[in-house]
Design a protein around this ligand. Sequence first.
Ligand SMILES: Nc1ncnc2c1ncn2[C@@H]1O[C@H](COP(=O)(O)OP(=O)(O)OP(=O)(O)O)[C@@H](O)[C@H]1O
Length: 362
Amino acid sequence: MPITQLNVQAIRNLSELSLTPSSSINIIYGANGSGKSSLLEAIHLLGLCRSFRTNKLNHLIQSGGERCTVFAQLDAMGSGISQPLGVERDLAGESRIRFAGKNIDLTTLAELLPIQVINSETFMILEGSPGVRRQFLDWGAFHSNPEFIRLWRGFRRVLKQRNSLLKYGKIDQRLRAVWDSEFIKYAEQLNTLREVYIEALKPEFDLILADLLEGVSIELGFSPGWDKKRGLDQVLEENFERDLRQGYTGAGPQRADLRLKVDGHIASERLSRGQKKVVVSALKLAQGVLFYKLNSRSCIYLIDDLPSELDRQHSRLFCNYLEKTASQCFITCVDKESLTGLWSESTETCFFNIQEGALSTQ
Ligand SMILES: Nc1ncnc2c1ncn2[C@@H]1O[C@H](COP(=O)(O)OP(=O)(O)OP(=O)(O)O)[C@@H](O)[C@H]1O
């Protein structure tokens, strides 16, 4: 699924940049502050129309500018035919996404260009709130079953409606029965897709982790967001008075979470920083491998500063797995040498040097 040509305009310190990447490994190297992460931000904007670092997208627009644009030629289905994809964002908050001459929405964009990010924020899968882990889980469920987005949207709509009735206390028996039955219908179907995805992900994760982290075994568990021993109808019934007091629904898929444990202990409290990096990287790699198996196409990896916190041996293993995902990868580092000699000879590897926001030609 490679980007065959990339043009970036007015993103952070990148005024105008154009590159022809390799379909596999692209290493972006340069000094601190040269613009390496900005290039990854540009590709992230292209695939998701948002930043991976900030909720305020205007920070991406170059100071003094009105808009930023990323334009690519994309061989979306790996057919050998590239089509144009462009994303533009202006200071007023307006976005425009066009693919093959037509405006497209965010869901179509996400399907076209599945992006995986590994950066310092990825630690949040272990250390952050359940919302971060749900996002990780739902990336996989979204890309593994076309029904997921319909169920997710349906569920969000019903949850919003139920919560607003709870908040204003306007919920008579008949109305409550209607919304609860809709809530349960969507919740159970959504939960099934998440469970199916996690079950498929586990063996991939176990395999990668066994290689990357010898002697440490991680148990990956899934909690649906309510006590499955009782039916969701019973849980909603028993929680109703509390939900009414709080003004929102306390149990359901909106509370789902992943549990990562080492010898029965919460992984984030047990592992060293380096081990955590390996574990979150293994989770992200497992998603890429599974994506490839399920869809017969690969995703794009954006990896910000790979060598930090990984020793040479772990970096080598990590790179071997990246090769197995058959993905197009954009990887940043400060020293070119730190990512040289880690790839198999058959892998096409391109190096790009960024200096002060421009590609160096030397
Ligand atoms: N909106 C903006 N307009 C112009 N320049 C910006 C904007 N936002 C950030 N910058 C600058 O862009 C430069 C490049 O930042 P970037 O994060 O891409 O660097 P980097 O090469 O990844 O550095 P490091 O190795 O330190 O992570 C920085 O000097 C930053 O201050």
